[in-house]
Design a protein around this ligand. Structure first.
Ligand code: ADP
Ligand code: MG
Length: 340
């Protein structure tokens, strides 16, 4: 029998392919695969469950990723998926597999980062699993969260006319990674050269020490706005927006000129001869939120810091487009993070 390479499928087609034969046996399973977290009926508040895997050499490089930051980021990326459902994260389990290259002290450092995140985000570590691996470090975190059913925001709720709003600024994590990769190569070619990172502390921290936008979820609750749809920006705006469009059966237009980009990210993009907008559209791991908001609700967040209007949801026939400064429209291509 001929064998098919997984790269022929791509991540999302592979997930669909492997899971399509599964049926749901329990009424308590409200939403399964396909959103930032699964939703399980659990009394007056639904239970939200999400999981993420980080593999050394694929998701992180310990040459420049301090173990403490890695532990912190492993928690944050999971909390972010609960935020993307408009929920509140409460517990995690942490599973690790490591080769004999890792000492107890190294693992203590990893867990210091996990603990810092648990303290900041008020998360309880309630379990996990520990194993050895033949090569490298693997970390898997599962997060549990809660929200009232009527407050949960799905990827599927966007309607034509909704405003597309993003939080914070975009592209920073990607540019921070580019800088770390460049300095790593310089260091490897001549270990006497000290990496030059101070000038770009902001962007480097966007990659090494991202935050989940729990603050935005509280703010939305305070001002009484429930997004019609929401996703966290882990793979890059273009591919994450496509998930919303596919699940909601809609199109969208993003205005290039309105993308929020930090001055440090702009400066670094110039240094790398990259278009800052392209970095903002395709760079992953910013862990900001993309919200679709009913225009009638929008005034409630319009003037709050940290929200940027970047475009509008359109009928599906319009496709997914990028409008440039000159008013031209191009189809938006998803060039976000490719996992394999
Ligand atoms: P996110 O980027 O928000 O973490 P992913 O892109 O990793 O989400 O996953 C998309 C959806 O596919 C999620 O609902 C996730 O639970 C599901 N999923 C991913 N990998 C698998 C798998 N191997 N088996 C079953 N479901 C999976
Ligand atoms: Mg997500």
């Amino acid at each position: 029998m001929s064998q098919t390479e997984v790269t022929q499928f791509g991540e999302f087609k592979l997930i669909d392919h492997l899971t399509e034969a599964f049926s749901i046996h329990h009424d308590s399973t409200k939403t399964s695969i396909g959103d930032d977290a699964a939703v399980v009926f659990h009394g007056d508040q639904d239970l939200l469950v999400s999981t993420d895997l980080m593999v050394e050499g694929i998701h992180f490089d310990l040459m420049y990723f301090p173990l403490k930051h890695l532990g912190y980021k492993a928690v944050v990326s999971n909390v972010s998926d609960i935020c993307a459902m408009n929920g509140v994260a409460e517990q995690i389990t942490v599973s690790i597999a490591m080769s004999n290259r890792f000492s107890v002290e190294a693992l203590e450092e990893l867990y210091r980062g996990i603990k810092t995140a648990c303290d900041i985000y008020k998360i309880d570590l309630i379990g996990g699993d520990t194993s050895s691996s033949q090569k490298g470090l693997i970390i898997s975190v599962t997060v549990l969260g809660r929200q009232k059913p009527e407050k949960i925001a799905y990827r599927s709720g966007a309607k034509p006319g909704d405003y597309i709003v993003v939080t914070g600024d975009l592209g920073g994590a990607y540019l921070g990674l580019q800088l770390l990769e460049r300095e790593k190569l310089i260091f490897l070619s001549d270990p006497k050269i000290t990496p030059q990172l101070d000038q770009h502390k902001y962007t480097v921290e966007r990659f090494l020490k991202p935050e989940a936008r729990k603050d935005i979820i509280s703010l939305l609750d305070r001002v009484g706005v429930k997004p019609t749809a929401m996703i966290d920006l882990s793979d890059g705006l273009s591919s994450d927006l496509m998930h919303i469009c596919r699940k909601s059966g809609v199109g969208a237009v993003i205005e290039d000129q309105l993308l929020p980009i930090h001055p440090d990210s702009k400066a670094l993009a110039m240094e790398f001869n990259l278009d800052p907008s392209v970095c903002a559209l395709n760079g992953g791991e910013d862990y900001e939120l993309l919200l679709c908001v009913d225009p009638l609700e929008y005034p409630k967040i319009q003037y709050l810091p940290g929200f940027s209007y970047v475009g509008e949801i359109l009928p599906a026939v319009e496709g997914i487009k990028l409008k440039t400064g000159s008013g031209k429209e191009h189809p938006l291509e998803a060039q976000g993070w490719v996992h394999f």
